[in-house]
Design a protein around this ligand. Sequence first.
Ligand code: PAF
Length: 437
Amino acid sequence: MAATQAFLAVGSNLGDRAAHLQRAVQRLQQVPGITVVRHSTWIESEPVGNGPPQGKYLNGVVEVRTMLSAMALLAIGKALEAEAGRELPGKHHHPRPLDIDLVFFGDQRIDRRDLCVPHRQWHLRSFVTGPLQELGVDTAPQFRWQPPELIETTGALAARTADWLAGDCTIGLVPTMGSLHAGHRSLIEIARAECDRVVATIFVHPLQFGPNEDFAAYPRDLEKDLALCRDGGADAVFAPSVAQMYDPAFCSHVAVGAAAEGMEGALRPGHFSGVATVVARLFALSRPHRAYFGEKDAQQLAVVRRMSKDLGFPLRIVGCPIVREADGLAMSSRNVYLGAEDRKAATVLHRAMASACAQFARGERDRDRLLARVQAVLATEPRATVDYVELRGRDDLAPLPPGPVLAGRLLVAAKFVDGKRPVRLLDNMALDAGASA
Ligand code: PAF
């Protein structure tokens, strides 16, 4: 078996920095199966990331030839870090006597929870590129991770997530229909904070639009969406065509029951069956550990939770807080179609629910009086055509009987018709001790 050429980035910013680096080189040389070929000069660099205030690093790159696997070389690096006094597991971006990263391992590309080669950020770190240059390493052929990776076929999505699972990564899925805004970005950011790998999906899904709805006109801008996914921290974006998702013989649909009754389910027949079908398909293809949905579409969230439980998908559905504009309007891809006057008028949804929340906070508990409060405020805005106002169970959205309400969720939907095209907006607000207006 031929030895593999590998490059390690070494750094230290605690204690005798040069001694730590020099000792790391000596210790590497002593490991059976590793030959140190050479190392760069040590250079000083500022710490990166958002760690506490700390001193400058001394950095360099070490070239080795090794008979070991990449994982075994990584383990040696971790052992040397511990030997130098680094606390394990080390906190990110904290000062350390020794840091060893595997930058390149031959031409291998490995994407695991505990190891990515080439290193995810090698090309962004001058304390790595500088020493590599000094050693005359030709980095041109080396792979750069430039997330988000655009995936367009179901097979490629299944293969990518299978790789991640094999590499012990937790996967977060953020299903969307594109036309992304700060609300979607917050879903991606929450997924990023909780999972090792994040895949956002962008698919304007025909099965969840009725014949008179805005499927054709639904806003689409893939380039802008990809940029938002990148900035939010997604590793991959799955943006398939309709033909990719549904072959011509496709004929299986998820039927949803009580969770889809009333409200959107009543006004948009077939909508939630479409949503449940595509979401189930995305779950099956990507096998995520967690899937992230906005609370703005509260009934959709309840339908997805029910469907996932009923069909036994082994994942956690995470509901994420509504993101609002400064004036309270809930962010929605359809807001762009509001005319200027309707845009101002649309804040009435938030104001109406906030007013009932304030009544609730002052002790009002009667279901019908709370609903009447929402309706009264909505009635002050002639531009809004109200589809429904409901007060239901806070999470399962089960209908509540008349009488006292201890906790619940107000849900409203209204149309605004004076913009470029009619726009239906949804919003909701939880009523409980912690509810904020
Ligand atoms: O909320 C949406 O954008 C869609 O309904 C979803 C969940 C991506 C399914 O197409």
